[in-house]
Design a protein around this ligand. Sequence first.
Ligand code: ZN
Length: 327
Amino acid sequence: MVVVDPACSRTDSCEQWFQPVRKTAAAGAARWITVVALLSTVAVSSRAQADLTPPGQPRTPRWVGHFTVFAANGLVGGLTAGIVQELRGGSFQDGFSRGFLGGALIYLGKRVTVGKWAGAGFAGREVAAIGTSVVRNASAAEPSLARIDLPLGPLPARLGITVDDSRDLRLRLDIVSAAWLLYGLLEPRFELDVGEALSSGVPVFRAVGGSVLERGQPALGVAVARNIFLSDPTASGGPVGTTPDPALRQTLHHERVHVLQQDFFLAAWSEPLTNAVFQRVAPGRWVPAHLAVDGLWWVMPSLRRWIYSPQDAYRFPTELEADFLAR
Ligand SMILES: [Zn+2]
């Protein structure tokens, strides 16, 4: 089966997507990275579970939690790139080892994005985007930095930079994110916090005199398709009426982590799969060249809803990670 990557704009480089990975000295290093990554992940996973549990339960040291989040990000990046490259006729090992390194960069981005300094959210999002690009390139058996895809901060657009002789720059509209941004701008119950949006690198809306709802329940905040909606701390009747500032700041950091998770899901899974479907229905290059279509943005929230009741939703892995890092 020939798999066509629609994001690839030139015939000569498109062919590279289907070439088996060349066996080089790097293959030996890749094997070792794979083994070390798997062993370290298994070694800490049991202890670390305890640190990612909700407050009130026994905890292991914080560094163990960080190591778990690091290993989990590496594992998700590694498995994504390993499986996709294998399906494309390449090497699982090459994909896994380079994907693991991409996942490690994503972890670094998440550490940065919860920083308390102005611009931390923006900077962390870009660092994580470079890690996500490494995963995507490893999935395609291309050089790790062949193509870098960066979100343009709070704007619903992504800049694709091809790092070869062509130096191709391509701006794509993140259409699902743009739709939610438009909703926030047009809905009178929300106000765009421009300063916080610039600092966070993502649109941040504040509810005016009310709370945002998640599964019908008032919540402090929610991140939807790379837009953050926060409740009004002065609203009465909701959970935020007496919420102190530090808790709201923690909520903002929690949602920033969700945005980075959504960036990864968009670039590594949703956009490539959506493009593949588009190519079957309406072959052509216009859509993948100009739009980043997050056709599967609803998958993760739906999974969480199907698997867990509202009381247990915090157990979903993306929630555990966001809670831990924002703490
Ligand atoms: Zn959450």
